[in-house]
Ligand binder design. Sequence first.
Ligand code: AMP
Length: 305
Amino acid sequence: MPAGNSQSLLVVGSIAFDSIETPSASVDDALGGSATYFSYAASFFTPPRLVGVVGEDFPDEHRQLLVKRGVDASGLVTLPGKTFRWKARYHQDMNTRDTLEVHLNVLEEFDPQLPESFRDSTHVFLANSSPALQAKVLGQIRRPELVLADTMDLWIQGQRQDLLALLPRLDGLLLNDSEARLLTGEDNLVRAAQAVRRLGPKFVILKKGEHGAMLCTRDGVFVMPAYPSEEVVDPTGAGDSFAGGILGYLTADGSPPPGRLRRAMAYGTVIASLTVEGFGLDRLKRAERSEIDKRLETYRAMLAF
Ligand code: AMP
């Protein structure tokens, strides 16, 4: 599991209690959050460093679940008050969801101070959280080699200036199709992704749910379909575990650059496909690295022509 090199991966983002309704079932107060899904997924490749905040209501068993995966939780702070809460309902097609409630709670007051041991991180994921919080964390890392961020409509609409200030400091930005349209005003996704690149990041990865992902770099466009899962139980966390697979792989793998980002996206795709096959982290908790590698080979065969 651990990386055999001196590269290290840091993530900052939300740690949450999620309440989720799908057309066939629902769950209350499941462990979720962007940083949780990301670090669990990345832990198949490298032991990630987690920066985040929870309230006094956060049970130790959740923390232990991550620690047992090798996650370094010394940047996980407990503040007086309640943990971030999020409630959402999926439509019949499972591709669209409505956010019903967002309670930032302790996330609102969180002023991250990175442990000294985290400041030499080489790979950084600024998972979905306010761009101001993302910038504060990034500013404390000495010489990051690769910085990726995620964002969402809430911040594009509510904290646009902070987000625009952050974009030139990124190597890559991940966002979904509707968010790219919202950020740029472009309806066509290729044009939207290119317009996002002009705002600063060197590359953009557009997430398109069951239609996969599109990478847009200076050299052009690369597309990758989603792994066709027969059973989609709960899509929550697909985007964050996709990112966890990408950065986990890139941190742990020392192979030469050509095709690395594409291979990383393939791993991210496969891990995301496992995530959606259960509620919350249920399915990922049952996964082994060998299963991920096996599914990667099946996926590779599906793409060969
Ligand atoms: P995904 O399905 O990959 O988009 O991620 C879903 C996760 O994002 C859930 O576990 C939520 O707890 C978390 N989340 C939802 N809204 C926010 C927000 N405004 N800030 C941070 N995390 C959020």
